[in-house]
Design a protein around this ligand. Structure first.
Ligand code: ASP
Length: 584
């Protein structure tokens, strides 16, 4: 037996017991006649003492050779500590060591294995196994496990069955590029790694599984924005014989359960807003509703004067930033520079200060009267002390810009509190989305999403106006889940592919298996998927998903620890019938 106890469990109730412990050397303090060692494992730290007067000389000598991260096993007696440490559970005791075995030596680690480390991100990732020894990372991985278990338990108790689906498949169009895997046995042919198990879970519904879930890896070869991973984990779910309402209720239940179980937070029924309303009120389809600053559209109350900038704009829209009327000229100028940064892209910003005495002062006073400004205040729900910030221009662009400003101001004002949770459903997404680049409509969610029945006639005349039975679950400004009611008949699915620019042959070649399945009694079905990495990070009150992933990739999609991706040798290439024709 390597150990009788872990390093987190001994306390004064175990005094005088002989114990055997194992772990890593966190710290050695050598006072000559006495040596203290902090011994660490996943469960905690226990202090060891080697004392010239009480410990065998040979054991002392061995103890003198110990260094950070040596792996050791000791036997000794639990004794009361002289100076107690009330901050750790083992702080009342120490172990007077009688036997010491060095199980493995260790090179000096490249960064300190402490809660606050001196190691930069790249170094920590290269030696991720050392990083995982640190409490903050270790705890996040355990936290993730807790969330996954809570999900599994909840869904299992609601009759869901976890079914594994294959990783070597054919492309699933979810809007990203596929990772592909060459097939050795089928020359010139490739598998694709699933962007999600979408078509398989639908086939499981045709197969009568009724309620499916899977905590599953998905793969998307996208340009990596900060905090995106090429492989990520979904809680993927599908249900048969359901309407949208059933799905929203089921997964609202799951989310509420997680918030209660993991965060001890009870939330009210989740608000629901339509996509159109989300765009109008927040300029964003994943609004953070922990704070107000809702958009006030101002066309009506700004376009009756001679101010050309507003008169020529498709949309004039503002927010009232609480308490910011006290901003100095300089601070406002800085804010204007901020909205003009290329990342935000506004051409300028008009503002009005709502003074404490009830008067309003704007940057365009020569065009507008106090009465006009009062109306602006009304529309943006401004109160005395607020700063009304107004942007104008093309609707979609201005909304995105003002949304960026809204989030920035909330951040600055400390309104995005990590321990506050504001979930909501965004429903009635458009079915299709116009893509400027390809000059075509794309499925906004994916091609298997059902259009709203009443909108089907619009598919030919005004495709952009067709709404779908598609929904997103949003938490604190992040999309944590999304899904839809699916098409479950061949005719509608074929029509959908046609609208997305597929010829009937292409549709048959790529998705014949699904459309065929729909001819063998497919039940009405729908589902959604949660992004587990992000969900866990938000529940854990953190911005970054990386530390919740044991072995994440960097922004260039590299695993710097194992140094992947990497070249493969010529024989392997030949076996796969591949040739590298160009490297830059
Ligand atoms: N497969 C979808 C996704 O990955 C989720 C769903 O529609 O269930 O976004």
């Amino acid at each position: 037996m390597y150990r009788t106890h872990t390093n987190g469990e001994l306390n004064a109730t175990k005094l005088n017991q002989e114990v055997t412990l194992a772990g890593w050397v966190q710290k050695v303090r050598d006072k000559g006649f006495m040596i203290w060692v902090d011994l660490r494992d996943r469960y905690g730290i226990t202090q060891l003492i080697f004392d010239e007067e009480r410990t065998d000389a040979k054991v002392i000598e061995k103890a003198k050779s110990l260094a950070r991260e040596y792996v050791i096993q000791i036997t000794g007696n639990v004794i009361e500590r002289e100076s107690k440490n009330p901050n750790i559970p083992t702080g009342e005791i120490e172990i007077l060591v009688t036997k010491l075995e060095i199980l493995n030596t260790a090179k000096t680690p490249p960064f300190t294995i402490e809660n606050n480390t001196d190691g930069g991100e790249e170094l920590r990732m290269k030696y991720r196994y050392l990083d995982i020894r640190r409490n903050p990372v270790k705890e996040k991985l355990i936290f993730r496990h807790k969330v996954s278990m809570a999900v599994r338990n909840y869904l299992t108790s609601d009759n869901f069955v976890e079914v594994e689906t294959p990783y070597l498949i054919k492309s699933t169009p979810e809007g990203a590029r596929d990772f592909v895997v060459p097939s050795r046995m089928n020359e010139g042919q490739f598998y694709a790694l699933p962007q999600s198990p979408q078509t398989f879970k639908q086939l499981l519904m045709v197969g009568g599984m009724d309620k499916y879930f899977q905590i599953v890896k998905c793969f998307r070869d996208e340009d990596l924005r900060a905090d995106r991973q090429p492989e990520f984990t979904q809680i993927d779910c599908e249900m048969a014989f359901v309407e949208q309402e059933d799905i929203l209720n089921t997964f609202e239940g799951l989310t509420r359960h997680l918030l209660k179980e993991i965060n001890q937070v009870e939330v009210e029924k989740f608000p629901r807003i339509t996509y159109d309303e989300a765009m109008r009120k927040y300029g964003n389809d994943k609004p953070d509703i922990r704070f107000g600053m809702e958009f006030g559209e101002l066309n009506e109350v700004t376009q009756h004067k001679d101010f050309k900038v507003f008169n020529e704009a498709e949309l004039v829209v503002g927010i009232a930033v609480p308490g910011a009327a006290s901003y100095s000229r300089k601070e406002i100028d800085k804010l204007i520079d901020w909205v003009k940064r290329p990342q935000v892209g506004a051409l300028g910003m008009v503002y009005a200060k709502y003074n404490d005495d009830g008067s309003l002062k704007s940057s365009v006073d020569k065009f507008y009267t106090q009465d006009d400004l009062k109306q602006w205040a009304e529309k943006t729900q401004a109160k005395p002390g607020d700063l009304i910030c107004i942007l104008s221009g093309e609707t979609n662009k201005v909304r995105a810009q003002l949304s960026a400003l809204r989030m920035e101001m909330a951040e600055r004002l400390g309104l995005r509190k990590a321990n506050e949770f504001a979930p909501l459903w965004v429903i009635d997404f458009p079915l299709l989305e116009w893509d400027e680049e390809t000059q075509r409509y794309h499925a906004m969610h994916h091609p298997f999403t059902a259009p709203k029945k009443e909108d089907i006639p619009l598919l030919n005349s005004n495709p952009g106006a067709v709404k779908a039975n598609a929904y997103d679950l949003v938490l604190n400004g992040n999309e944590i889940g999304g899904g839809s009611i699916r098409i479950h008949d061949k005719t509608t699915q074929a029509m959908m592919f046609e609208h997305l620019g597929f010829t009937p042959e292409e549709a048959q070649e790529q998705f014949g298996f699904l459309m065929d399945a729909f001819q063998y009694g497919a039940p009405p079905h729908g589902g959604l998927a949660f992004g587990l990495d992000r969900l866990v990070a938000i529940l854990g009150g953190q911005e970054s998903i990386r530390d919740f992933i044991a072995f994440p990739k960097n922004n260039a999609g590299r695993d710097v620890m194992i140094d992947a991706p990497a070249a493969i040798d010529q024989t392997q290439l030949q076996e796969l019938h591949l040739a590298i024709t160009h490297t830059s």
